[in-house]
Design a protein around this ligand. Structure first.
Ligand SMILES: *Cc1c(COP(=O)(O)O)cnc(C)c1O
Length: 418
């Protein structure tokens, strides 16, 4: 993985050059047929002086539409926004090939609204894949995921009419229990499920636990059951590949077919930046032929979407370079490690994956006052919580961590837990 860091000046030049390759609604071109235009000028006036130094804001005000998937062909989808669509194409290439180690030119992708959409996009593609390639009936397709998975899985299953198969995890290690996998899949097969869309978490939201993609792939291979694995790296996609040099979550792993990686979690981009990446050849299963008025057809759940979102992701990756981003993510992990050492010293039980910045502490050590004071998130708001989590994000200051640990230690002493 390597890409060089760029200066603000270089990034600005690239973005403004891309914007100037787009047709400007304000320019000389006779744009008569497009149901889009610049932002309303009563509020978003284009001659605001700061805009000339603000490429992302300029992109927002110019309002390019990135509808469609731009990696599919050389030809642009909506030609008038060709300039910034090329930035998105470069973003997809960078993420697929540098971060997730894909072979050159062998992946497609787009910037979805978020992890929810990217996960549903994957389920939609594989559902149609099994129907078209295997003649599967809807009732024969199962969606397999662990009980710690994000709720976009049941949401997607509901929308797409898939049968959910929910795997149990070990209560302490949060690993999928092999006997649960075996028995749930056997039961599903007995009930007529023949095709499996399998979700592997590259970190669950609650625990930062990472599913064993090879164990899942080997299991379904041995069962001789047709399956496709989608990786939900909505949370971990922009940290784990940088902190774990031997990650199994790359396109070199044949079990990984597609991946969700949110910009708006670890990459600190604006909301609306959920990256979806997939091996070439799969988008065709969701081609909407009825999208007659779009020259390149549509292949996405979202339809029209802001080009500025793709630009924001590209800019952040470029300003840091791969080395800079790696340093930043490793630093978060170092801070997390330091907290873990202190917790261990206090005799507090917790779960943490060493390559991630999430610590889940067993709830018995944390009073609800303490949880409230530090905005800790519980694993359940419906039932009595069993875990509270800390997420060591870039805004978390060492001072805050210190005072949390002091408060915790005080409470534990008072309750004679140490
Ligand atoms: C946040 C998250 C999602 C959903 O992403 P949105 O961007 O909120 O739609 C899905 N899966 C995981 C693991 C997440 O952390």
């Amino acid at each position: 993985m390597y890409w060089k860091k760029q200066t603000h000046e270089q990034i600005k030049e690239t973005i403004f050059a891309a914007l100037s390759q787009n047709l400007d609604y304000r320019g000389e071109h006779p744009i008569l047929g497009i149901p889009g235009t610049y932002l309303d000028t009563a509020e978003f006036y284009p001659d605001a002086p700061f805009l000339k130094d603000a490429p992302y804001m300029s992109a927002m005000v110019r309002n390019p539409n990135h509808i469609g998937v731009h990696t599919l062909s050389e030809k642009s989808v909506l030609e008038i926004f060709e300039g910034t669509q090329k930035i998105e194409k470069d973003l997809i290439r960078l993420c697929a090939e540098e971060i997730f180690n894909g072979d050159p030119g062998q992946q497609d992708g787009y910037v979805a609204t978020g992890g929810t959409e990217a996960n549903i996009q994957a389920m939609w593609i594989y559902r149609n894949f099994f129907r078209k390639e295997f003649g599967a009936r809807i009732g024969e397709i199962g969606l397999v995921y662990s009980e710690d998975s994000h709720y976009s899985m049941p949401k997607g299953a509901n929308i797409l009419n898939l049968t959910s198969i929910i795997l149990e995890v070990d209560k302490d290690t949060r690993e999928i229990l092999p006997h649960s996998l075996e028995s749930k899949i056997k039961t599903a097969m007995d009930e007529g499920i023949k095709y499996f869309i399998v979700i592997a978490n590259l970190s669950t939201t609650m625990f930062g636990s990472v599913d064993d993609i090879d164990m899942l792939g080997d299991f379904f291979t041995n069962m001789n059951a047709p399956f496709k694995i989608h990786v939900d790296a909505a949370y971990g996609g922009f940290i784990y590949p940088f902190t774990n040099p031997t990650s199994r979550f790359t396109f070199q792993n044949p079990y990984l077919n597609s991946i969700t990686s949110d910009g708006h979690k670890m990459l600190q981009t604006p909301y609306g930046t959920g990256l979806f990446l997939i091996r070439k050849g799969y988008f065709d299963f969701v081609k909407t032929d009825e999208a007659q008025y779009i020259p390149g057809k549509d292949y996405t759940v979202s339809g029209s979407r802001s080009g500025a979102n793709a630009i924001s992701m590209w800019m952040i990756l470029q300003i840091h370079g791969s080395e800079g981003w790696k340093y930043k993510m490793e630093t978060l992990c170092d801070h997390t490690e330091r907290i873990c050492k202190r917790l261990t010293g206090m005799g507090v039980e917790f779960f943490r994956n060493p390559y991630l910045n999430i610590i889940s502490i067993k709830a018995k050590y944390i009073s609800s006052e303490l949880a409230h004071k530090y905005y800790l998130v519980a694993n359940s708001y419906e039932f009595e919580p069993t875990w509270y989590k800390i997420v060591v994000m870039p805004h978390v200051k060492q001072g805050t961590i210190d005072s949390f640990l002091m408060d915790l230690e005080g409470e534990l002493k008072a309750r004679q837990m140490r």
